[in-house]
Design a protein around this ligand. Sequence first.
Ligand SMILES: NC(=O)C1=CN([C@@H]2O[C@H](COP(=O)(O)OP(=O)(O)OC[C@H]3O[C@@H](n4cnc5c(N)ncnc54)[C@H](OP(=O)(O)O)[C@@H]3O)[C@@H](O)[C@H]2O)C=CC1
Ligand SMILES: O=C1O[C@H](COP(=O)(O)O)[C@@H](O)[C@H](O)[C@H]1O
Length: 508
Amino acid sequence: MSEWQNPLRDERDKRLPRIAGPCGLVIFGVTGDLSRKKLMPAIYDLANRGLLPPGFALTGFARRDWENEDFAQVVYDAVKEHARTPFRQEVWDRLAEGIRFVQGTFDDDEAFDRLADTVRELDEERGTGGNHAFYLSIPPAAFPVVCKQLARSGLANQDGESWRRVVIEKPFGHDLESARELNGIVNEVFPEESVFRIDHYLGKETVQNILALRFANQLYEPIWNASYVDHVQITMAEDIGLGGRAGYYDGIGAARDVIQNHLLQLMAFTTIEDPVSFSPQSLRTERIKVLSATKPAEPFGETTARGQYTGGWQGGKKVPGLLEEEGFPPDSTTETFAAITLEVNTRRWAGVPFYLRTGKRLGRRVTEIAVMFKRAPHLPFDQTSTEELGQNAVVIRIQPDEGITIRFGSKVPGTTMEVRDVTMDFSYGRAFTESSPEAYERLILDVLLGEPSLFPVAGEIERSWEILDPILEHWTKQGKPDPYAPGEWGPPSAEKMLARTGRTWRHP
Ligand SMILES: NC(=O)C1=CN([C@@H]2O[C@H](COP(=O)(O)OP(=O)(O)OC[C@H]3O[C@@H](n4cnc5c(N)ncnc54)[C@H](OP(=O)(O)O)[C@@H]3O)[C@@H](O)[C@H]2O)C=CC1
Ligand SMILES: O=C1O[C@H](COP(=O)(O)O)[C@@H](O)[C@H](O)[C@H]1O
């Protein structure tokens, strides 16, 4: 064979799509909301993009008395309703050949033995090669029993030639102690490198783009620190209510639901030092370092706010308050809005407050990171000419209208020197012809490829709870959250929380 190598080949290979090797995926909880709306459509989308191996197998495990064909019909309906990419019959036919169903409950040993038989048969019939991932799309209380069943039935066994991986949905625990306990149980069955804890925000293109923005450019990094940044606001606002989600949400609340995971990860991506490389280990090391340096600002009575939506009008429709939503007790103290202040005690960030907020039934659906810069030390203009000038800002829009906006002052055309804010916009939709894959597509593919960069490790999860636990304890003592009407941006206490520091929230 010639020793000559095409000098462009390595670079080109890096851009070729990464296709999973022979494998299968078992989903627990296939009748659930997440599975129907996100997981099954994402699997079809991956198949449609040619990223799954030819003999790929999808096995569902649930209580319903179904045959393989019944489950295949459920997957078909989910794909038709929710898939991102166009439906192609030949892709579906190929995928459907590998669909299996196992009926059972989580405490049923025989059901798990049947699952083990099914997996063995798939290895023979479909050539899955003993490589299987188990996706726990189930209530968090059931994570331990399913892990134990996977161990008991031998499904977690890896023989060195093949792999077994477990995928665990959020929330991972409800405080530090329960997260540690759960990590212990999971790690008794699966080594840490086989555990993929899902935080679907890390699968979003725009979240990964934070790293590109910061580390692929020279423009931002020199000013990305306490000398130039005044504060950072991270917002995840939703306009929907919690109808139909009481079983999961009551007693959990906004902070556990999204601050502990999505928002702290957004903060970590915004604040990490440049990783040595983009290897999973380097990225995780930097994320853990910054989370370890993060503390909630005190006193919590002034630095946090929490609210619960009341009934009212939104988008021209009458909507119920949380306490009128089905399944929530009339005295529920679950918060549907949460805002907290964090300090990142590193040389780069000391003194810069990070304000994180999230809520349901707010003004609109938007997730963004707004890096707000200090004002120029001196303005050589009349005071009246700069009255409408705000702070410079870099706003990273995670969703919708994914992109980046930079706000700066500009002269208003005319004979006077009047300066006003203008914006410069980068929009994914306009800049690229490629459409963004759904977060779950990216993450499921990464599980099958064994690529762990975008999955939080045990240490990150535990650090996040350490940050949040003292605030949650304070709120428990406080009792009822403050009311806010649908369409508002949280309760008045949220505005006060920033007003005390002379700042205001953005109302994006
Ligand atoms: N829905 C979402 O948008 C999101 C969900 N998540 C997480 O994903 C996971 C699943 O959520 P979601 O789909 O909403 O939950 P659902 O309540 O809609 O579904 C739960 C699933 O678990 C099954 N199940 C529950 N108990 C048992 C049991 N004893 N034996 C067998 N099957 C059982 C249910 O089966 P059956 O139909 O028979 O009851 C159902 O398929 C949770 O951890 C959640 O926190 C995370 C982010 C977003
Ligand atoms: O994890 C969760 O995220 C969803 C919002 O996800 P997004 O990708 O649409 O921003 C949220 O509604 C849910 O409460 C939470 O569990």
